[in-house]
Design a protein around this ligand. Sequence first.
Ligand code: 3PG
Length: 209
Amino acid sequence: MTSDGLNLGGFGKIVPVLVIDDATTARPLAQALAAGGIRCAEITLRTAAAIEAIELVADVPDFLIGAGTVLTADDVDRVVDAGARFVVSPGLDDEVVSRCRHHDVTVIPGVATATEVQRAVRLGLDVLKFFPAEVMGGITTIEQLAGPFPGVRFMPSGGVTPLNVARYAQSTSVFAVSGSWMATRRLVAGGEFSQIARLSREAFELVSP
Ligand code: 3PG
């Protein structure tokens, strides 16, 4: 599955990682991200509210909702049923990949090493999450991996901040950047949507050419 399949080109270059404790915050949260120029997000399966939150955001206009922390084929079934249009995993799992293909949903598995990228390429994948990005060497590692794997593009996640996001976004090996800084669990739980919109706008401007 390619990044064109995900069509992030139409939905921007930033994928916020959301941890939602109360599903009623999901729609105002998506609207706050959109007010800042971000029209894409992954809702992680780290809370009991995640599936309902995906359902509530699935019909927000001009907003691409995905699911994150998807660990099993059963998780894939649940998030696709809820309306997720792409799936992100922290690692590379063959069953998750094949279940996403069964549903014809874009999958972005996580990798951190050349061995994992090689496995992913053998599975026919060319868009991958690079996780945890900063502790695995950040943009320097991505550019090293691009040598043997020129057809692969990455979405760095984990330790991406306003201080380093532009450097990632400028790389031709990066199709999107991902992180929680513009909508942390604390900001979301506190209903701080104007702050989220402000941080989203700042992020949007940092990655815009
Ligand atoms: C995650 O899986 O939590 C993401 O990679 C986000 O990481 P961050 O909180 O460091 O942005």
